[in-house]
Design a protein around this ligand. Structure first.
Ligand SMILES: [Fe+2]
Length: 343
């Protein structure tokens, strides 16, 4: 089964021109939608099927949260074998069920390859945004807050699927934060930094919310049985280009030369001259058309791999019912039959 979804579908009824002109990379945007808008992507049966695929879950990608704190693995996992037959702590379905019934929240991480709808959603985001999309799902009970005010190191495209959730977007936006300990303020610092509320809204099924990277926000489920998909889209940033630049530098003899030590009467000047030359080589490399072509290619490939295999192979999507064709016996069977007749 394949599901067709475009970025324009996701943000409808807003026109993509307006979204990219007024909001993308600039400010948050809430777009209310029809309750059925995303039901192909996520519904109660789809969520149930997902959670019940117990073989795919590990403590790293299925988390249970109580009072804003992720529970320790031992609270909901048991020692088992994973899909590679390795010993692992894996979520136990009955323990997970009991904790959810007791009011805990559930987070399913990195689910963008797991169902046709989630693949379609992630592909639609990546095809328009030139970034890498990862989808997490949050399920929470009434008036439960999974996370206090925070900012994310990537853009967030939130899709609301069940229940209602109140969001507060604050006016402080961190300056291009990244996923690194240096950019992870403590809860007290976050509370001090977040600023004043600039948008307060209630997300209902079918709604879409865009939060640019760094913008402080928090959410609290206002009804029971609340589900939303947080689609994080990471874009290529300058730091990513250091890897490309490193590969180019390797080809230049100056970058492979020994660095003059800063010891002795001439050494400081020699070292300085060397560093100035290195900087010139790197500046010329990164400003070249060839390097720009590498960057363009890198950006075009900066997306996650999701399968498009369909069966029967080479027939196309939805290739028909999985049953043998009423045709002549397969060649191998015909050969065996002839052998039996001769015997
Ligand atoms: Fe967030």
């Amino acid at each position: 089964m394949s599901i067709s979804l475009t970025f324009a579908d996701i943000i409808a009824p807003m026109d993509p021109k307006q979204f990219f002109g007024d909001y993308f990379g600039r400010k948050p945007c809430h777009i209310p939608g029809d309750a059925a808008k995303f039901e192909q992507v996520m519904s109660w049966p789809i969520l149930g099927d997902l959670v019940n695929m117990s073989g795919i879950w590990a403590s790293e990608n299925l988390r249970i949260i109580r009072d804003r704190e992720a529970l320790p693995n031992e609270a909901y996992c048991t020692q088992d074998k994973d899909r590679r037959n390795h010993a692992a702590l894996t979520p136990h379905p009955e323990k997970v069920k009991a904790l959810l019934e007791d009011g805990c929240s559930l987070a399913l991480n990195r689910i963008d390859t797991l169902t046709p709808g989630l693949r379609a959603l992630a592909n639609a985001l990546e095809s328009q945004l030139f970034g890498r999309a990862q989808i997490n799902l949050y399920y929470s009970r009434k008036e439960v807050q999974a996370f206090s005010a925070h900012n994310d190191g990537h853009d967030v495209h939130a899709i609301h699927c069940g229940g209602e959730k109140d969001w507060i977007i604050y006016d402080f936006r961190a300056d291009n934060p990244i996923n690194h300990p240096n950019f992870k303020p403590s809860p007290d610092e976050r509370d001090r930094l977040k600023g004043k509320p600039m948008m307060e809204l209630t997300m209902k099924p079918g709604d879409y919310l865009y939060i640019p990277r760094g913008q402080y926000h928090e959410a609290l489920s206002s009804t029971d049985q609340c589900v939303h998909l947080a689609c994080g889209v990471t874009h290529v940033i300058g730091l990513d280009l250091m890897t490309l630049a490193w590969e180019q530098a390797m080809a230049h003899p100056l970058f492979r030369a020994n660095v003059p030590p800063n010891v002795g009467p001439r050494s400081a000047a020699d070292q300085r001259a060397y560093l100035v030359e290195l900087a010139k080589v790197m500046a010329n490399t990164m400003a070249s058309i060839e390097f720009q072509e590498l960057v363009t290619q890198f950006q075009a490939n900066f997306r996650n791999t999701r399968g498009s295999v369909s069966f029967p192979v080479a027939v196309g999507p939805d290739g028909g019912p999985l049953r043998p064709e009423p045709s002549a016996p397969a060649p191998a069977l015909a050969v065996l039959a002839r052998k039996r007749e001769k015997a």
